[in-house]
Design a protein around this ligand. Structure first.
Ligand code: AMP
Length: 227
């Protein structure tokens, strides 16, 4: 995906991508992490990795994720705390899918203070609900590199294969329509209140996520370049 040519200096802060499932948080977070040379921390990816490896945490998280519900705050917070403590996060990091509840946001605030970071910058990507179900049912992810496609509006050149490395494109187990509806309902109930939480701290920027990924990406990088 094209960058705006914005510089690649580290931002020295925590960036949070906030928005409903299917808003494009993962796609945008990946590009920003690449351009600004920061680690991309997706709690969904971390949890799927645990599920794939069959760890204790993975066994606990799997049924919850399959139902489209949220994994308990203590588990996710501990996972993030451990990850943020690693050396590669010292200059900043990009959070994708975390925090998702008020207790997680409060926990993150405390973590950031402990690690000497200022307040996080929150990029809130807003997308109309009608579009979310279509985006999620069409989503496919490369098994090898994690690149995200969409059969409706960002199809790979060869059906079922990643443009970058030819890896097999998979559909996530929780991208089925009935689970999607549950995830969106949970977003409304548990995650949407974070918009007001962060707006109250004046660290939230609204991004219109309705356009294609490249246009949204230009808007996101422009916001960061102004900082
Ligand atoms: P995602 O890849 O961000 O859509 O996350 C996939 C699933 O992982 C979610 O539906 C939740 O079950 C779980 N999950 C990911 N991040 C969190 C979080 N911050 N808190 C609780 N559950 C999470």
């Amino acid at each position: 995906m094209a960058s705006t040519g914005s510089n690649s200096t580290a931002l020295k802060r925590a960036l949070i991508f906030l928005g409903p499932p299917g808003a494009g948080k993962g796609t945008q977070a990946k590009v920003v992490a690449e351009v600004h040379k920061l680690p991309h921390l997706s709690t969904g990816d971390m949890l799927r990795d645990h599920v794939g490896r069959g760890t204790q945490l993975g066994l606990q998280a799997r049924p919850i994720m399959e139902r489209g519900e949220l994994v308990p705050d203590e588990i996710v917070l501990a996972m993030v705390e451990e990850r943020i403590a690693r050396a590669d996060c010292s200059a900043g990091f990009v959070l994708d899918g975390f925090p998702r509840t008020i207790p997680q946001a409060r926990g993150l605030d405390a973590l950031l203070v402990r690690r000497g970071f200022g307040s996080a910058l929150v990029l809130h990507i807003a997308v109309a609900y009608e579009d979310l179900v279509r985006r999620l049912t069409g989503r496919r992810t490369c098994k090898v590199c994690g690149e995200i496609y969409n059969v409706y509006n960002r199809a790979p050149r060869v059906d079922g294969k990643c443009d970058k490395d030819g890896g097999e494109l998979l559909q996530r187990a929780d991208d089925r329509e009935e689970v999607i509806r549950e995830r969106i309902a949970n977003y409304d109930r548990q995650t949407r209140p974070l918009i007001d939480y962060y707006r109250g701290q004046s660290t939230l920027v609204d991004i219109d996520g309705a356009a294609d990924a490249e246009s949204v990406n230009r808007a996101v990088l422009a916001v960061l370049a102004r900082l």
